[in-house]
Ligand binder design. Sequence first.
Ligand code: MN
Length: 203
Amino acid sequence: MAAKFFLLALLALSFSGALASGPSQLQDFCVGDSRGGVIFVNGFACKDPKTAVAEDFFFFCGLHMAGNTSNKQGSAVTAVNVAHIARLNTLGISLARVDYDRYGQNPPHIHPRATEILTVVEGSLYVGFVTSNPENKLFSKALNKGDVFVFPQGLIHFQYNCGTTKAIAIAALSSKNPGVITIANAVFGSKPSILDDIVAKAF
Ligand code: MN
C-alpha cells in the first residue's frame, strides 16, 4: 500500500515537472495549416510534415519598423507569437519588439507563461522586476545599448526610457503564447470593475 502511494506521488511529481513549461513535443514541428489541417497538436492544426517547405518557417513581421508609440504610456509592443504565426505551435518560443518614446514606458506587467530575455538595441532603459510575497524585492538596473536583462516567469516587471533619445528593445519569451497581464489595467480597468472599496482597501 505504501509502495503504491509512493509510486503515485512520484508520478504526480514527474507530471508537475513536465508541465512547468510548455509540454514537450513529440515531433520536429507542427506547421500550421491555413486551409485547416486534420491533426490538432496543442490546439492548432498541423499539416502533413512531408509537405512542409522553407516558406513555412519564414515570417515577414516588419520588425524593422517602429510601433506606434503615440499613447499614454509612450510605448508600443509588436508581438510575434502563436496568435500571429501558427507555425510557432509546440515550439515554446516567441518574440517582441518594444519601442519607447523619450520618458515612455512599458508599464508593470506579468507574463504568466514565460520568462523574458530582453536586449536594448537602441537608446537606454531603466528596467526591473519584483519578487513574489512576502519579500516583494525590487531588482532594477539601468541598461545601455547591447545590454541584456532577464525577467523571470510570472513576476511583475517594467521598462522605462530614461535616456535622451527614443529606445528600442527586442525580447524573446519562453512560450509560444506568453500572455500579458498589465497590472494597472487588470486592477483598475477590469470589466465589470472590482468594487471601489476593495481596490481602495488593497492600496
Ligand atoms: Mn514583458
